[in-house]
Design a binder for this molecule. Structure first.
Ligand SMILES: *Cc1c(COP(=O)(O)O)cnc(C)c1O
Length: 391
């Protein structure tokens, strides 16, 4: 039997199982869901002529988002990447610093570190959560880091490790409390990349409410969308003011002139996007319910397939199940390309995990912990059709 024959028979078995849940038709990996409210708010915005940097929807969205996440402030920005950039900036990440990030994440997590002139320092992820692994992080830091007055020092590079950026992969909460404890011990600031985890909770607390600052994305493929958008959320009012200031070109308020007191950014979310975001936030509870229902059907149907396991929410967590995920068995791993090809050819939008960031050409010389689990996960993960409309 050829490799492609074996691979496509694995693929067809998965296709048949997914069809039991999804029925006939073609399905994208993830699509947004819109209704009348979205139309109404966006039209209202257009009719008011306030579509850009001024308007009531931005503040409304910020207030409602902060309330939903359970933090004191939210600042709406143009996308999740700019949210990460400015969050790292306001905690003082700068040239010569290192920031610990998972190797298994979207490239934006590390790019934001680079925008600050700092270097990403890659660490391993866990099979339990798909997020940063506290045990291997603690082992690695006890090996490479010495605590100093401000942050810790990487004894291999001589650079200061300034912050830790855990990410909640596909919406599943990582072990954020353990990670925050380690960060505290090593005097690292914590910025949660909660881009994917709006609506996900750990021990009853919303993801993104654990870090000094956290960031969320409202890109078109996320749980809810603003067309494009992001937010920084925090309980620290001083940092919140700083984020607001820097993301609105650091303009000094009052007066008719243009006075600025720093090199700021034009990162403010436009009112038009905020209008869409407000309608989507109202829809969020229903979307979450649908996504959890879809996960339940997948879990039950895929249980009988011996060459993979369906990823369920970690213990003590409530996941938004942003992207539904299976992990291939050791035996099936070498056929993942064929399985992905077969799924997509049969109209089931599916894709692998991200390429590990430490393997990208432009990050290959960055400091890096042993990545045993990330390496394995990157080869075993397959995301399957996940839209809320499918349930
Ligand atoms: C989507 C995403 C981002 C970036 O968000 P954008 O709004 O697309 O800039 C950052 N990190 C992770 C993990 C993401 O999934």
């Amino acid at each position: 039997m050829t490799k492609s024959f074996v691979g496509s028979s694995y693929g067809m078995k998965l296709v048949r199982a997914l069809r039991l849940v999804l029925g006939r038709g073609e399905f994208a990996l993830h699509e947004p869901t819109f209704g009348d409210e979205e139309r109404r708010y966006v039209l209202d915005c257009i009719d008011s002529s306030y579509v850009s940097s001024v308007g009531r929807y931005v503040e409304l969205f910020e207030t409602q988002l902060a309330e939903y996440v359970g933090v004191r402030r939210a600042i709406a920005v143009v996308n999740g990447t700019s949210a990460l950039h400015v969050a790292l900036k306001v905690i003082g990440v700068g040239s010569g610093d290192e920031v610990l990030v998972p190797s298994l994440t979207f490239v934006a997590t590390a790019n934001a570190v680079s925008y600050c002139g700092a270097t990403p320092h890659f660490v391993d992820s866990s099979f339990k959560t798909l997020g940063m692994d506290p045990e291997s992080l603690a082992d690695w830091l006890s090996f490479v880091a010495v605590k100093s007055r401000h942050g810790s020092l990487n004894i291999q590079t001589g650079k200061r490790i300034k912050a830790l950026v855990p990410m909640h992969t596909f919406g599943h909460p990582c072990d954020i409390e353990d990670l925050a404890r380690i960060a505290y011990d090593y005097k690292l600031r914590v910025v949660e990349d909660a881009a994917e985890s709006l609506g996900s909770f750990k021990d009853g607390r919303h993801t993104g409410s654990f870090g000094h600052l956290s960031t969320i994305s409202f890109n078109g493929n996320k749980v809810i969308t603003a067309g494009g958008g992001g937010a920084v959320v925090t309980n620290d009012l001083k940092l919140a003011d700083r984020v607001k200031h820097l993301t609105t070109t650091a303009k000094i308020p009052g007066g008719f002139g243009y006075s600025h007191d720093a090199i700021g950014y034009n990162y403010r979310m436009p009112n038009l996007n905020a209008a869409l975001a407000c309608a989507q936030l109202e829809r969020l509870p229903a979307l979450l319910e649908s996504k959890r229902r879809l996960a339940k059907s997948y879990a039950a149907t895929l249980e009988d397939i011996e060459f993979l396991s369906f990823v369920r929410e970690p213990r003590n967590c409530k996941s938004n199940y942003w992207l539904q995920t299976v992990i291939l068995s050791d035996e099936a791993t070498s056929y993942s390309d064929e399985i992905l090809f077969t799924l997509n050819k049969n109209g089931l939008g599916s894709r692998p995990a991200w390429d590990l960031l430490n393997q990208m050409d432009f990050y290959k010389d960055c400091p890096c912990a042993p990545l045993n689990s990330s390496l394995e996960l990157a080869r075993k993960i397959i995301n399957i059709p996940s839209s809320a409309g499918l349930a």
